[in-house]
Ligand binder design. Structure first.
Ligand code: NDP
Length: 303
């Protein structure tokens, strides 16, 4: 019988263990199964594995069995503390495993994690998944940052590439976490700003749908502003030729007062105004708002 694309993929696909079956881990397991990988799973709450077992995954009886099943072990957990909670009692089954930790945490936590796993004879790759669960399997548009030993990454690049497009950043384990967290810093703050405006709209009898076009246009415009200011920032140019911080203070105060008048929470707009005022106090009134970067850098501990 001639090999079909599916049977060829299945015969070359490496088996993988996935530990952690929240929305993200479940999406990963489903994608691996769809692409012909044998998948062993384990989760603290075993019932979450049931739909995946129906689709062909194998539920390991315990963590050690899950680790022993495959060289490649993907973790999709809330944080690195969850990794220790799960793997520490099973540490003698870690030797020889390549543990791809796709859980979010700080760069420092990932470095500690890599050292801890190396101490048990395992290799860790850090991953930062820049996709929601629904984007897992979209290898054209979604990416994951990886860092850690290049030999381990190259060995498993094709398997990891089933989930999203892999972007390898280098050997240092914290790099992928750093890239992930700086993206999340922008994501959460931007999405919170959207909720803030929806709260204001709601106070005036408007629904999210009523402001959707305006919200999309405003947030979409950030793409060109980002490129414009990034170039000037790297050139050390905070010239006030396009915008002046003094204008920015007035503008952010108008936002704050509009929120306060509507009776919605003002924590976020107050913080924005406070940062702009600190820039004014530091003498940047005639500079661009990008000069606030100097205010933001000021809390950095001395090197
Ligand atoms: P969840 O927090 O919903 O699920 C996390 C998993 O961690 C569950 O399997 C949970 O087990 C397990 N877990 C948490 N604490 C412990 C513990 N102490 N001991 C044992 N198991 C534990 O996360 P998601 O699935 O949404 O995401 C997984 C990772 O991917 C996170 O780090 C997240 O930041 C990241 N991510 C998520 C995105 C998303 O949109 N969901 C987008 C990009 C990245 P149990 O089922 O028993 O509770």
């Amino acid at each position: 019988m001639p090999a079909t694309a599916a049977t060829t993929a299945a015969s070359t696909a490496r088996p993988v263990t996935v530990i952690g079956l929240g929305p993200m881990g479940q999406a990963m397991v489903r994608t691996f199964l769809d692409r012909g990988h044998e998948v062993t799973v384990w989760n603290r709450t075993p019932s979450r594995a049931e739909p995946l077992v129906e689709q062909g995954a194998v539920l390991a009886a315990n963590v050690k069995d899950a680790l022993r099943a495959n060289e490649l072990v993907v973790l999709s957990l809330t944080d690195y503390d969850a990794m220790y909670a799960i793997l520490d009692p099973a540490a003698d089954a870690l030797a020889g495993r390549v543990v791809v930790n796709l859980s979010s945490d700080t760069p420092e936590k990932t470095r500690e994690g890599a050292r801890w796993l190396a101490g048990h004879g395992a290799t860790m790759l850090t991953g930062g998944v820049a996709s929601s669960p629904s984007g897992i399997g979209d290898t054209e548009n979604m990416n994951t940052f990886y860092s850690g030993p290049s030999a381990a990454f190259e060995r498993h690049r094709d398997t990891l590439g089933v989930l999203t497009r892999p972007d390898y950043l280098g050997e240092e384990p914290g790099l992928a976490a750093l890239m992930y967290q700086l993206g999340m810093g922008m994501f959460w703050t931007s999405m919170l700003s959207m909720l803030q405006s929806v709260a204001l709209a709601d106070a005036h009898g408007l629904k999210a749908a009523d402001i959707l076009d305006h919200a999309r246009a405003t947030l979409g415009s950030l793409e060109s502003f980002t490129a414009f200011y990034a170039e000037r920032i790297d050139a050390g140019n905070h010239e006030g030729d396009v915008d002046r911080l003094a204008m920015g203070v007035a503008s952010t105060e108008h936002v704050l007062h509009t929120m306060a008048d509507a009776g919605v929470d003002t924590t976020l707009p107050s913080t924005v105004v406070e940062l702009f005022r600190r820039g004014m106090a530091a003498g940047h009134a005639a500079d661009s708002f990008s000069s606030l970067l100097e205010v933001l850098k000021a809390d950095r501990p001395a090197a």
